[in-house]
Design a protein around this ligand. Structure first.
Ligand code: NAD
Ligand code: UD1
Length: 370
């Protein structure tokens, strides 16, 4: 029976909500986390939001000894520790590969000596690259990629033979197409875990999260998810800065739903060796979420569309959620408007240092915005 659970990276946004979910269901939770400066600030102190019942071990997934200690008495592991910025991954290549790929390899190496009853690895929708499309005749288009020359002349949509392709929900069966160092590292984490799990009889599941939002997302990290970045801009009375034309679409899922999906995947035997999308199945344009967020935060600020392409970004991707629904019975419960109101309430007590201009300069100086 599973009772004692380790969450690597569990002091972060998703991991801390997962800890709450697991504790509520009667599990015990240990967290292994470096409290990285970009997420937790200079003081590197235990985050106030982290449930007091969590046993926090400050340590690094790349350090075999830290992992060995963290695994003592553990029945199941959620591997969440990672660096998460798509844009930043394009210039911090070594660091991203080190933490994400080597960190996972170090964990798996330790699991050979300390096998657990379940391993769940946090993968990402970014492994798909572009989502799935169909052409005007209804043919599926798997391998879409935009041309730099089109992007330079503000042609943002996916075009084939002068016809627009239509984005449709992306299932787990879509062939991965990795378009950033981050995406490559997530795919590596996923495959490495599934391969090792199979070889050593460690039941393993990979969850491909779509765009997760909610309280506790690091507001002063300019490389975090788009809603947290927009929130930080609005808190500082500045307009959210939007890449491309703002009509790119993503699938936003509330962090509490993600935490529940994680627990359900851990508890279900059927998930062993499988990969699941964890999304809401709904699609939102980036401009619409900037406007909705300003509205719930009571800020009369319109976003600024900069018409630039961030290297590594995809145009559209949203989840086909059939598999997780049919096999694990998981369906999201938090509606987007309610989730945004909850986020706005939390934001009222937050202070955010806006580092967006600094991050933009960083990307621009390296030719990573076009
Ligand atoms: P986060 O940055 O809030 O949390 C990551 C945690 O990992 C942080 O607490 C950080 O201190 C810790 N960490 C970083 N390097 C570490 C190391 N070397 N050793 C131990 N701990 C380390 O990010 P998050 O949004 O909670 O993401 C959690 C996981 O989910 C990541 O694997 C991410 O790739 C994946 N994911 C997130 C999203 C999203 O929308 N947020 C979407 C898809 C996948
Ligand atoms: C995000 C996550 C990634 C996760 C993936 C899964 C981050 C940093 N990235 O990637 O970890 O694996 O979801 O779904 O959390 N945008 C703006 N202005 C900004 C920031 C972003 O317009 O200030 C745009 C981007 O160009 C992109 C969209 O918003 O078109 C989403 O960006 P982002 O939140 O970084 O998410 P993903 O790249 O989808």
């Amino acid at each position: 029976m599973i009772k004692h659970i380790l969450i690597t990276g569990g002091a972060g946004f998703i991991g801390s909500h997962l800890a709450d979910e697991l504790l509520e269901q009667g599990y015990t939770v240990r967290v292994l986390d470096t409290l990285s400066e970009q997420v937790h600030g200079k003081e590197k102190k235990r985050p106030d939001y982290l449930n007091p019942e969590v046993e926090l071990q400050i340590g690094d997934v790349r350090n075999a000894n830290d992992i060995r200690i963290a695994l003592e008495g553990i029945d199941a592991v959620f591997h969440m520790a990672a660096l998460v910025g798509v844009g930043q991954s394009m210039y911090e290549i070594r660091e991203y590969t080190d933490v994400n790929n080597v960190g996972t390899a170090t964990l798996l190496q330790a699991l050979i000596d300390h096998p657990v009853k379940k391993l769940i690895v946090a993968s990402s929708m970014s492994v798909y690259g572009e989502g799935l499309y169909e052409d005007i005749d209804g043919n599926l288009k798997e391998h879409c990629e935009r041309k730099l020359s089109d992007l330079k002349s503000d042609k943002w949509e996916m075009i084939e033979k002068e016809n627009y392709l239509k984005p449709i929900p992306t299932p787990e069966t879509k062939t991965p197409k990795l378009s950033s160092v981050y995406a490559l590292s997530k795919y590596d984490q996923e495959r490495l875990s599934l391969i090792t799990g199979k070889a050593y009889n460690i039941p393993t599941t990979a969850l491909r999260f779509f765009n997760v939002y909610g309280t506790r997302q690091a507001l002063s990290n300019p490389y975090t998810g788009v809603l947290a970045i927009f929130a930080s801009r609005l808190l500082n009375d500045k307009p959210p800065m939007i890449f491309e034309d703002g009509y790119q679409k993503r699938d936003f899922i509330h962090v509490k739903d993600v935490a529940r999906a994680c627990r359900m995947a851990m508890e279900a035997e059927q998930s062993n060796g499988e990969v699941y999308n964890v999304g809401s199945g709904n699609q939102y344009t980036i401009t619409s979420i900037a406007q909705k967020l300003a509205e719930v935060m009571n800020k009369d600020i319109q976003p600024e569309v900069n018409g630039k392409y961030r290297v590594g970004d995809i145009r559209h991707c949203f989840a086909d959620t059939t598999k997780i629904k049919n096999e694990l019975g998981f369906e999201p419960q938090v509606n987007f408007e309610d989730g945004l109101y909850e986020l706005a309430e939390w934001l009222k007590d937050q202070i955010a240092t806006d580092k967006v201009n600094q991050a933009s300069t960083e990307l621009e100086s390296r030719g990573l915005t076009v």
